[in-house]
Design a protein around this ligand. Structure first.
Ligand SMILES: [Zn+2]
Length: 246
């Protein structure tokens, strides 16, 4: 998942250990939000961004980044202001997403691995959106490429649309009526039921659905990454296996 689900944690780890998203701008936005939320002035926030980049970004060039920092600070200020006006938290801090038995059973009833995987990912995204927007509407408006990338399936553009249509047709999804919108709403959320899966990590989270359906999923004993295991002896993920020369 490309989204940063815990902006506070992301910003704190960036400042402490120099960790950075693949897209540095995402990290800068989180840091700016954290500083401003803590009550720092815009110029102090600028200095924090500057020091962070000087320390953590190879070939950092002040001139190149200056106007960019101002833009990030301006955007973060506006964002925090709007969120506060609406009585919402200024930073996104998602710790977990819970999926219930009833939701999983309904997904399973689709009896098509491809549709099941897509439905599971959509449910997770909709619950994340609810937490971000602090509502219970289960709307999703992410890029389909991003959603499909989390299903772990290679699906052609044409089939992507077809699978979504099938979920709409089975009554699991609703399309937005706005003509310019690609939003869909998840209609199979049953948060009142008992929790079956509690997601706390969002890398390869589709594997938690496969684990629930009875497939063997193991955690790499070096890095902890989840791996779909064909044999019970599997110990490492592909990357770690390569590094260890096994
Ligand atoms: Zn590993």
């Amino acid at each position: 998942m490309k989204m940063i689900l815990n902006e506070r944690q992301h910003a704190e780890e960036a400042l402490e250990y120099g960790k950075m998203d693949k897209k540095p701008t995402k990290t800068l936005v989180c840091i700016a939000k954290l500083c401003l939320e803590e009550g720092k002035s815009k110029s102090d926030t600028y200095n924090v961004l500057h020091e962070f980049m000087a320390k953590s970004y190879p070939n950092y060039n002040t001139v190149h980044w200056e106007s960019f920092f101002y833009r990030v600070i301006h955007q973060a200020t506006r964002y925090i202001k709007t969120r506060k006006e609406r009585g919402k938290k200024s930073l996104i801090e998602i710790e977990h997403v819970s999926i219930t038995h009833k939701e999983l059973n309904q997904i399973r009833e689709l009896r098509s691995k491809r549709l099941e995987k897509l439905a599971f990912v959509l449910l997770v995204y909709s619950k994340i959106n609810n937490q971000i927007h602090e509502n219970n509407l289960y709307w999703i408006n992410h890029a389909w490429s991003e959603i499909y990338s989390d299903t772990g399936m290679a699906v052609s553009k044409k089939d992507q649309g077809l699978l979504v249509y099938k979920l709409i047709h089975s009554g699991l999804l609703k399309e937005s009526r706005r003509f310019d919108s690609t939003s869909v709403q998840v209609l199979f959320a049953h948060p009142e039921d008992a929790v079956a899966i509690r997601l706390t990590r969002f890398d390869d989270f589709i594997l938690e659905y496969l684990r629930w359906t009875g497939e063997t999923v193991k955690d790499c004993s070096v890095c902890g990454k989840r791996v779909l295991a064909k044999s019970n002896r599997l110990k490492y993920c592909k990357n770690c296996k390569k590094k260890l020369g096994k």
